[in-house]
Design a protein around this ligand. Sequence first.
Ligand code: SAM
Length: 302
Amino acid sequence: MLEEVIEFLQCKPGEIHVDATLGMGGHAQAILQKIQPDGLLIGIDRDKESLEKAGGHLKPFADKIRLVHDNYKNLPLILNNLDVGPVNGILVDLGVSSYQLVSPERGFSIHSEAHLDMRMDRSQRWTAADIVNNTPEEELANLIYRYGEEKVSRRIAAAIVRERKSAPITRCSQLSEIISRTIKGRGHQAIHPATRTFQALRIAVNEELEGLEKFLVEAVGFLKPGGRIVAIAFHSLEDRIVKKTLRRLAGQCVCERPPELCRCPRKVEGRLIHARPITPKPEELAVNPRARSARLRVLEKL
Ligand SMILES: C[S@@+](CC[C@H](N)C(=O)[O-])C[C@H]1O[C@@H](n2cnc3c(N)ncnc32)[C@H](O)[C@@H]1O
C-alpha cells in the first residue's frame, strides 16, 4: 500500500518521519524521496538482517537516515536517544516481511524443511520449536485458538503432544504434516490446514500483540500537531488493537456498552482520517495477493 502510505503521511521536504517496521525499506525509500533535500528518516527493525539489507537499498540516502536495530516498542527510548524532537509522521507496517517469509532458513514457511524458528529478531532465545515442544497441551491449544483463531486447536494440540513424545518436532514441514494429517478433509479450506497454527506460533514467538497498544499511544505523543500515524495490520487480531486504540485516541467510545454505561476516557489526542480502514486497490492485489488482508488506518494528531 505504497501509494496510500505516501498520500496519508503527507510527506514534505525537510520533515522527519519514522518507519517503525523498516523491512526491506520499500516504504522508507518512497518517504525519503518526498522529504528531500533536508529531511530525516528513522528506520527501526528488530530483524538485524533486514535492517542491513534495507541499509544497502537506501545507500543513496545514507546521510538522511538513522537505522536502529530495536523493537518499535522502545520508541520513546529510541527517539529520546536520537534527540530529534517531535516528528511529522510514523509508519508501522505490522507483521512479517515477504523477505522473511520467503527465506526458507527463517522457518516461517509451512513448506520449508528448515528449523521451526520464526524469530524476527534472531538474537532472541526462544523459537517456535521451543513453544511446540515445551508448552503444556492445554496452554498450546489456547495459544493456537487465540492467536490463530483456529477452531480445532484442541485436536491440533493433542496431535502435537502425541508426536513430540516420540521425538521433538523441529522442522516446519514436520509440523505442517502433523496438522494436515490431523485435520485433513475438514471442510473446503481455501488455505493450507496449518496456516492458522503457523500464524499463532509466529505471533507467540515474536509477542506481536503485546505492547502494540502502548506503542501507538506513545507514538502519538511524539508527533507534531498535524503529524500522522499510519498503521497497516495484516490480521484481525492486530487490526482490532489498532482500531480500538486509534478510536480511543480520537476520543471515541470503544467499550461497546450502551452510551449511559460507557466509561471510556474521552481525552482527544487526534482525529481519525477515515472511519473505516483503507484496503488495497484491485490493481495492487493483482500483483501482490498477500496484501489482501491489509487494513490501513490513520490518525492525525491535534
Ligand atoms: C511487513 S514488514 C515491513 C515492510 C516494509 N514496510 C517495507 O516497505 O519493506 C514488517 C517488518 O517489521 C519488522 N517488525 C515486526 N515487528 C516489529 C517490532 N515489534 N519492532 C521492530 N520491527 C518489527 C519485521 O522484522 C519486518 O521486517
